[in-house]
Structure formats: C-alpha cells, structure tokens
Design a protein around this ligand. Sequence first.
Ligand code: PMP
Length: 450
Amino acid sequence: MSSIVDISLSPTVNSIKPSRSVAIADQALALIQAGVPIIKLSTGEPDFDTPAEIAEAGIKAIREGQTRYTQNPGTLELREAICRKLKGENGITYTSDQILVSNGAKQSIVQATIAVCSPGDENSLDFFRGFSREKALRNGGSVVTVRIHPVSVSCSRNRRVLVPAPFWVSYPEIARLANAKPVILSTRIEDNFLLDPKVLESKLTEKSRLLVICSPCNPTGSVYPKKLLEEIAQIVSRHPRLLVLSDEIYEHIIYAPAVHTSFASLPGMWERTLTINGFSKCFAMTGWRLGYLAGPKHFVAACGKLQSQFTSCASNIAQKAGVAALGLGHAGGEPVATMVKAFKERRDFLARSFGELEGVKISEPQGAFYLFLDVSFYYGTEAEDFGRIEDSESFCRYLLDKAQVAAVPGSAFGDDKGFRISYASSLTSLQAAFESIKKALLLLKRPAQV
Ligand code: PMP
C-alpha cells in the first residue's frame, strides 16, 4: 500500500547552509579513499592525540562507573575548575551557577544565540518579564546594575548578529537558526583582518543584539590586541541592547608577543559578554565534545533551560577528562606548550614561504592553526585541462586537482578573495603541500588578450 508523505522542511532548516568546510573535507576524504594522495589542509582539528593525562582520566571515569547523567549544567567539580581557570588565566570572576558545560563550544554558541536572539514567544516573554527593569548582577565582588531595555521583547523578531569576516563558517548559520539576521562586517588583510571600530560603529542599529568576536580567530589566526578590544568595548557600551559573544576556544594556541585578552575582563563588559570556550582545540579533544559558556546568570540559566530540553548534560566521561585538562597547569601546562611549539614552527615555515610567493598576500597570523591567504591575483588566470580560476571555490578545486592539496575556499568564510590553510598537519606534509601549491601556481597563465 502506498501513502503520500509530506517531505517539506521547516523554513529555518531551509535557510541555513551545511558547513562548507565539512563539504570540502568530505570531497578530500572520497579522493583519499579512492587512493589519491591528497594532503589535507582543510581540517579544523589538531593532529595531536589528546594528552595522556587527560585520556587516562576519561578511562578511569569509565572504570569507576562515572557513566550516568550529571547535573544538566555540568558537574560542580568541572564548573568550579572552570571558575578557577577563568579567574586565574583570564581575570574574570564567575560562580559555578554562571557556567554551563555543553557538548562542545558549538552547542554553547547555538544555545547562547537562540537564548538572546530568537523571536519572542510566550516563554521568552515570561523569561524577560521575570526581571525587573533594573537588575543587579553580581560580578565577583562588585555589583553592576543592568537595564532591561524596553524594546528587548518587542523587537526580538528583528535581532541582528554582527559577524566580522572572514568568519568561522557556523556563526551566520547559527544566527539564521535563531531566526536572527547575520550582518557581516568586512575586515582588510592590511589590518590583519581585525575589525575596524569605525566599521562596527557604522553598522550598529537599534536591532543589533550580538557582536561576535573570535580571538584567536578561525580562519585568519588574528589575535585582537587589548587596545583594539578596549576601543570596541567603548562603542559597545553606548548600545544597551548589544551583547558580545566572545569565542575564545583557541586562546592557548597563541604565539608571543601576542597576548590573549578576554572581552569580559574589560571594564563594564562582564555583564554583557557571553564567554565561550572549550577543550577541542587547545587540549586536542575534538571527539570528546566538551565546551562551555560563562556569563551573567540570567543568560546562562536561559541556555541551561534550552539544554535541559535539548541534549541534557555533556558526557560525564568527557567532563572528568575536562577536569584533568584544567589540572595540567597554567594554559594547559607542558602538554599544551609542546603542541603550541609545533604549531608555531609550522606557522613560521608557512608564513615565510607563502610570504615569498608571487601573487599571494598574507596577514600576520598570531594564533590558532590557520592561515588565510589572499590569492585574488590569480583570479582570471587559466591552466591547461582545468579552465579558468574565477573565485575561491575554483581556486581550491584547482589546488585539489593539480596540487592534490585540500584547503577551504574563502567564500565559506565570507571572503572570496582567499582560502584557508589549516596547519594541523606535520611539518613534512606542510613542506610537501607548499611545494605542490607553488608548482601549481606556476602553471596558471593569463589568457591572451584578443
Ligand atoms: N568556535 C570556533 C571558532 C571553532 O573553530 C570551532 C570548531 N571548529 C568551534 C567554536 C566549535 O568547537 P567545539 O564544538 O568542537 O567545541
């Protein structure tokens, strides 16, 4: 018996794009499985194993039967360890009820964005009604007064999320998922892809709800200097409705003299900052799925409510491993320092090598494990058996085809002039990849003018 099935999907799902970096990785994987020796510079995860001390803590947790649900926001043990870390390393004071542990920082970002941006419905109205116009929030020792903006509820349908480009692929899609409008703020390679405060100022309106700052940045490796963050904070402080989502997931992967500054540590910013961090990148724990949000209690509690109906707590085993990770010492101690040293050596090699290539523009990457190279000089050139390079997508297809190197087109990050290389690969494969890219670029010719 056949029946008719409605296969339509929700407008929200239809409005978001699948992750483009995952798509390229899949294409590269298919070629690798077919026996093509592709060098994968497309992945966003460290090539190192999780440090043994952390892995052992996970194994011990399983052996000791720590295999049940934990409290929805995470174990008190882990949240207290996170509070100590944020105080000691970042100079920001939180209590354990201002921390929400999730299955990765991506979940933390999704929940935070939905909690502050989604169109108002009865529940969110109730949530906002639960607060008086003026509310005292506790920031460590000091008490700050926060105004609940009168248009917070009525304008919720028009909330905007401001995202500097090049951006991590998921921010705009997460904004759409929350039924908010992503507003892209362009940056320039000459400014090291750092947000120009004047650009920010020109794009801010009454509808602006969330400014995303990612430092160290995926995909550019840029690190925001404290002085620039202070200038941004000055502007932000003039907009009562504007919150800041500070994604600090790469914080320990940073190269001197660059220094990491937590946005919430700047004067007046604690009460409007949603600090995101996680274990995936700095502790090589992508598969453990562990991240967290720190922020004022009413935002964190709202995210916790979402999480309680969505996934419940993060993995109990991963949380035990997270405690061990934070126990490794300042900035992850020796195991993290060893990984950062290797990343720095690779960064130095690539920055030096690409810096000497004709037609390739490079910024000064100071953190994370990515380079974002401007190759727009090659657009309009052609190669035999390939055709014309039109944009970042055809450029990356060309690299896959001729250099057998997988990288991610800049269009995925909102900047079509370039492409992203992840140097979470051994120095030997990076050297081989560079030589192949160099050779492939030499084959590109401008078509003769007719
Ligand atoms: N933020 C940024 C900037 C990232 O690059 C990633 C992972 N690619 C995440 C957040 C999410 O990390 P996870 O969910 O693995 O903790």
